[in-house]
Unconditional design. Structure first.
Length: 66
């Protein structure tokens, strides 16, 4: 899955990115993938603040599906 497909423009905003991050967070946590867990937490925090998530964090989340 490409990073662009997870960008805020494609998913409907920061809230959608946060929802994706919550879903990935559960799976990454179960697998012990600390890099992805940390990226998910940063995306969730940005979403809760109303900020755009960092592209680098969204790339880590997208890479989780590969």
């Amino acid at each position: 899955m490409a990073t662009a497909s997870l960008s805020q423009d494609q998913t409907g905003g920061e809230n959608a990115a946060g929802e994706i991050a919550w879903s990935v967070l559960d799976a990454a946590n179960e697998l012990g993938d600390t890099i992805t867990v940390d990226a998910c937490r940063r995306v969730i925090d940005a979403s809760l603040r109303g900020d755009a998530p960092a592209e680098s964090d969204m790339s880590v989340i997208a890479a989780f599906f590969n």
